[in-house]
Design a protein around this ligand. Structure first.
Ligand code: CMC
Length: 436
């Protein structure tokens, strides 16, 4: 971290001594004020629910400029990665800091491919779930259970264990998601095929069955791969911060990633793609495009809890660059499948147009995020709505691991332990039950 010559001075109106706080400069983005000595010197904490103004770590992985609508992985714009690279190259970039050359790409692909199968016993573990369980409930369990199956890669402080756990997680997530899907369908699991690309192999495990091969459609495989790239990392979002916090206790990598999966499930985070598609379905049932006005009225009503799912973002106060790419992919996929008249896609386009012109959304800088179009793409590919968030988890796994590794390698890392402003009862005495 580069110190700045400028210092921030904190002063108090009650005459308590003021305090100088160091300032650090990032390579891009806002400077940060170092408050680590604040409590020691003033006896006071800072208060920042939701971390609106708090940097919890320093990181070299992902940078977002929310006002410009810019996203960089290790300095590379997401648009260039989406156009020129595949998901495994993106994984290499996030994990090791740079894009692979041709030999490194071959080696990395071979390493990932050699770990795509899961322990045979895992299918019996999976059988313990109800067939109608939500795939994210199953995924939370399966990912956590990996630590029960791969004992030789559970020491988070051992770089060799971390490396093998990283490769295993990236390689096995598609297998686990496909198994969770097949289980809910009552179909046999399909073993991975390592001669296929990462995305094509996932689609094979999803859509083939022992009687029928999966016939690869290059446009759809490319769309799946792009979904993976666009979701691979997103700096210190809720699930990534959860992974870091969980990992900071020294727990094993599989347990930390399972915590990320659990966090991602929420509708304000990864669950938004499922919620966005369900919302479009509900508007369609209400009467479609004609009912958009009525729906928007509900969203704007202060007394309603209805939100325009797939809109708004904590960091982006401009069009999410991932949403632009996803919109483009949406056109390609619907075109390739002859679905350009898809009613939900038309509804989404009309809804987006109306919302982007409405003062409620304009004044709050609410723009479409990646989830607004990703659901339509996935549905067109044949992915069931309930599986959308599990696919997000599959893609985000590499980001979670890269962030976890970065934290463990950071000499300044400590167990995460926020403080609080206590506003509860002061000390009091317990009365016998008859006197309460
Ligand atoms: N629909 C209607 N109003 C909204 C929406 C929305 N989608 N998002 C924010 N607002 C309003 C909010 O009610 C508030 O209005 P007011 O100032 O009148 O109280 C204002 O905009 C600011 O919102 P906020 O809740 O303070 O913003 P936040 O940064 O805490 O929340 C968010 C960000 C993503 C949780 C929120 O925008 C949201 O719930 N969006 C819908 C869910 C969604 O699409 N999530 C996916 C995020 S992208 C994928 C990912 O990274 O996980």
């Amino acid at each position: 971290m580069n110190s700045s010559d400028v210092k921030a001075t904190l002063s108090f109106s009650d005459g308590s001594p003021s305090m100088d706080l160091p300032l650090y400069k990032g390579s891009i983005g806002p400077d940060v004020i170092d408050i680590r000595k604040l409590y020691g010197q003033t006896g006071k904490f800072t208060y920042d629910p939701g971390f609106l103004s708090t940097a919890s770590c320093n990181s070299t992985i992902t940078y977002i400029d929310g006002d410009k609508g810019e996203l960089l992985y290790r300095g590379y714009p997401i648009e260039q990665l989406a156009e020129n690279c595949d998901f495994l190259e993106t994984c290499h970039l996030l994990l090791y800091g740079d894009l692979p050359d041709a030999a490194q790409k071959l080696d990395f692909t071979a390493r990932v491919s050699s770990h795509t199968m899961v322990h045979e016993q895992m299918q019996f573990f999976l059988r313990g779930f109800r067939r109608d369980a939500h795939p994210m409930a199953i995924m939370t369990g399966l990912v956590g259970a990996l630590s029960a199956f791969y004992h030789d890669s559970t020491d988070i402080n051992n770089p060799v264990h971390r490396e093998i756990a990283a490769i295993r997680l990236i390689a096995k997530m598609p297998t686990l998601v496909a198994m969770a899907y097949k289980y809910t369908q009552g179909q046999p699991y399909m073993y991975p095929k390592n001669n296929l690309s990462y995305a094509a192999n996932f689609m094979h495990m999803m859509f083939a069955n022992p009687c029928e091969e999966y016939v690869q459609n290059d446009v759809l495989v490319r769309a799946m791969d792009r979904i993976f790239i666009l979701h691979a990392d997103h700096e210190q979002n809720a699930s990534t911060s959860t992974v870091r916090l969980c990992g900071s206790s020294g727990t094993n990598p599989f347990a930390a990633i399972a915590a990320g999966v659990a966090c991602l499930w929420g509708p304000a985070h990864g669950g938004a793609n499922e919620a966005a598609l369900n919302m479009l379905g509900d508007i369609q049932k209400m009467g479609g495009v004609e009912k958009i006005g009525e729906f928007i009225k509900q969203v704007k009503d202060k007394n309603s809890t209805v939100k325009l799912m797939g809109f708004g973002h904590r960091v982006y106060k401009n069009y999410d660059p991932r949403a632009k790419l996803m919109r483009e992919t949406c056109h390609e996929v619907l075109g390739a499948l002859g679905l350009h008249d898809d009613p939900l896609f038309k509804l989404a386009m009309a809804l987006e147009k109306i919302a982007l012109e409405d003062d409620y959304f304009v004044s709050r800088k609410l723009y479409p995020n990646v989830d607004f179009y990703s659901g339509i793409v996935q549905r067109a590919i044949g992915i069931p709505v309930q599986l959308f968030t599990a696919i997000f988890a599959l893609a985000r796994t590499v980001g979670w691991i890269a962030q976890l590794n970065e934290m463990i390698g950071d000499p300044e890392y400590k167990i995460g332990r926020p403080r609080q402003l206590y506003v509860g009862a002061q000390q009091r005495s317990v009365k016998p039950v008859g006197q309460r």
